[in-house]
Design a protein around this ligand. Structure first.
Ligand SMILES: [Zn+2]
Length: 512
């Protein structure tokens, strides 16, 4: 924190890690860029004008009262009708890339664009990063991600993430305190489209004609949310045999078994110590949390709640979104009913090889899956309303990354210990420190017994009380383990688990 501001003051022009916009645009794009930027800058001002007043009110910075909300809503509606909501359009690949680089160009000191890889057809999977010091992990500053458009024909998430990026930039420039704090204290990564090839297939049909399946998969028609290594079977086995409870290993040759888009996202997860994430889909309206895969996969068509050890936290995360969303929490949507607008994945329908379970089992990251619209490819006229319905929820959900405990694990010489393990008594899911020795552990308010352990060190246990506000900082200083008494290190029964090459489950093509 602070570094980005200093750089901004010094007027440093080039980001070290980000690719140059000019290097990525063709000649004709370069020539027309100036004109487009003017348009984009105007767009952002209009987006801010349209969205700012109500947002400020929801965040508690304006006076009070539902009357103001109504006045705000009326004004917003009036302005939207005057402009015909023409700013809210679907973005094809080129337009999306242009929109992201326009934000980067508008807010260069708090953003960075990087690509995590390419799709089957060679399109870049671009991520837009927001933070006060882009390109660098600062210790104790949590990493957050949003992923959109994993199913190519579920397009609302992609549009919402583009608007979110424009909104964050505009609000930061306008001095919005809540957004400024969020950007200074968090490293936010936004991947608007994980499946740009599928999108192009779906977009060729357009909103009115897109069916349930066209463009869902990638260019090879593989469903990316059925394409991650299945770690659930291993987890369910370890639960019964006192095995490892997090950071489960990947099967041999896993790289050869996944699509390029999946490979890129897995490498991304391995390179950044993400704490919290959401995966944006469409086809229903509900916040869906792990596990997606049932513990009894052999019983067909039977749905059973498959709780993680962090079930209460996941329910709270899902409710944060559903209640901040204009109607998700009401429960009745798209002909389905979900109490409070949330559901456990497996209790809805069991799904194997999905992304959210993989996040939880292979990394430190807690991810939920957000179903945001009945219509997978809504008409452009619906986009402005959808943005207003989701805006507060998208921001509130990001703020959840700051709850629980966080801290450093050091040795006796104040050197950080990477890969130390943080365990909470009563929760069968540990967290591993990042390479900088910092850890982040989401927890609900309460009192907890927390142990840090690392190979070659004596474990240390502390008690901590977590409140409802910012994460409590809890640091650990571990002493070297005396030789020949290496008994206290948490030992897992690391027997070979069951084969992870499970049979392909019956195809289930729900929204997720
Ligand atoms: Zn989906």
């Amino acid at each position: 924190m602070g570094e980005g501001i200093r750089r901004a003051r010094e007027g440093e022009k080039e980001r070290k890690e980000g690719p140059s916009l000019l290097a990525l645009l063709s000649g004709s794009e370069r020539r027309s860029r100036g004109r487009r930027q003017t348009g984009r800058a105007g767009l952002r001002k209009r987006v801010r004008k349209r969205s700012g007043a109500l947002f400020a009110e929801q965040s508690g910075t304006m006076l009070s009262g539902s009357s103001l909300i109504w006045i705000g809503a009326l004004l917003l509606g009036l302005e939207a009708s005057l402009t015909g909501a023409s700013d809210f359009q679907h973005h094809g690949y080129e337009e999306m890339v242009r929109a992201l680089f326009a934000v980067q160009s508008e807010c260069p000191y708090i953003t960075r664009i990087y690509s995590i890889g390419r799709s089957v057809e060679g399109r870049h999977l671009y991520v837009l990063e927001f933070t006060d010091n882009p390109g660098i992990h600062e210790t104790l500053e949590p990493e957050f991600k949003y992923v959109g458009n994993m199913h190519g024909n579920e397009v609302l998430g992609r549009e919402l993430l583009i608007y979110l990026a424009q909104f964050l930039c505009a609000e930061y420039q306008a001095g919005n305190e809540r957004i400024t704090r969020l950007i200074h204290d968090t490293r936010i990564h936004i991947l608007p489209s994980m499946n740009p090839d599928g999108y192009e297939v779906a977009a060729r049909q357009g909103p009115e004609f897109n069916g349930y399946l066209v463009g869902r998969g990638n260019a090879k028609e593989v469903d990316l949310n059925r394409n991650f290594p299945d770690l659930n079977a291993l987890m369910y086995y370890y639960e019964k045999h006192n095995g490892q409870n997090h950071h489960l290993p990947l099967p041999d040759n896993w790289e050869l078994q996944v699509e390029p888009e999946t490979l890129a996202v897995i490498k991304w997860m391995q390179n950044y110590n993400f704490v919290l994430s959401a995966n944006l889909h469409g086809g229903a309206v509900v916040a869906n949390y792990p596990f997606d895969k049932s513990r009894e996969p052999r019983i067909r068509s039977k749905t059973t709640y498959s709780a993680t050890s962090d079930d209460k936290i996941f329910r709270k995360l899902a409710k944060t979104y559903s209640y901040a969303h204009s109607w998700m929490h009401k429960g009745w949507n798209c002909g389905d009913y979900f109490d409070e607008g949330i559901t456990n994945g497996a209790s809805w329908y069991s799904l194997s090889k999905g992304m959210q379970d993989f996040n939880y089992l292979h990394t430190n990251c807690f991810e939920i899956t957000l179903e945001l619209s009945c219509d997978k490819f809504p008409p452009a006229t619906a986009l402005a309303g959808e943005w207003l319905a989701n805006r507060e929820a998208l921001v509130s959900y990001m703020e959840q990354v700051h709850h629980g405990i966080k801290g450093m694990v050091y040795d006796e010489n104040n050197n950080h210990i990477s890969n130390a393990v943080i365990s909470v008594a009563g929760v069968n899911h540990d967290i591993t420190c990042g390479t900088d020795g910092d850890y982040f552990r989401l927890l609900l308010p309460g009192t907890y017994t927390v142990t840090a352990s690392a190979l070659g060190y004596q474990p240390f246990t502390s008690t901590v009380t977590v409140g409802p506000a910012e994460a409590v900082q809890l640091h650990f200083y571990l002493k070297v383990q005396p030789k020949a008494t290496n008994l206290n290190v948490k030992a897992y029964a690391n027997k070979k688990g069951p084969s992870t090459a499970a049979k392909i489950p019956p195809t289930n093509l729900g929204p997720r």
